[in-house]
Design a protein around this ligand. Sequence first.
Ligand code: PGA
Length: 255
Amino acid sequence: MERKPLIAGNWKMNLDLDEAVSLVNAIADSISGFQEVDVLVAPPFTALTAVKQAIGNSKILLGGQNMHWEMSGAFTGEISGKMLQEIGCTHIILGHSERRMLFGETSEVIDLKVKSAVALGLVPILCIGETIEQKEAGQTFEVIEDQLVASLKNFRVNKDLPPSTVLAYEPVWAIGTGLTATPEQAQEVHYFIRKWVENNFDSKLAQQIRILYGGSVKPDNVKELMSETDIDGALVGGASLKSDSFVRLIRFQEV
Ligand code: PGA
């Protein structure tokens, strides 16, 4: 099954409004007419409206970086998926390791968020990944499985996870560190994740679902990573903040 690659930029808490708009304009210019890869940007909340406007008719997809699972209510400081959808987001990053580690998000909370996103018609980009301690203790597969089981609990009951769902394997030790999993290491985990989807849902869904790799993806390692069978794209932090490096990632086939 052919899965269209997805290159997603997670801008995290970076860029001011002018920078955000210039970056998305530059991306739109350089990929005009380019259909081979889906491209997504996830700006900070405050830049979403301006970035949406700048995207205009370009095919760039817009994602949020986090959301609350309720539609509205007394949740000071939170943003709902519905609000994000209202300003043009079609995707939502959920369970990023920074949310899990710095803001105490558990897989149980992430499960609620994935459920709410899907109910709204937002495409979840669900992140999973092990820490360096877990990797060194040989627990990578166990951790990944536990996170998948708990973060997709709601969907395993009815076996109704939409095929558009995106999973992102992001080894925590590779995020922002310059250390990347080797293509072989990443492929091994991606294969494991796809098998897990097959065993817990079905083989059709396992073949349809896109699994991104994230963690220090750069123009000089993207092509090798993307050549692996089960790697369908990249979730990129640092290298998504500059148009030249991000565009080189999008055009990885030409590198
Ligand atoms: P990085 O971040 O590319 O800067 O390692 C990836 C991520 O956190 O999604």
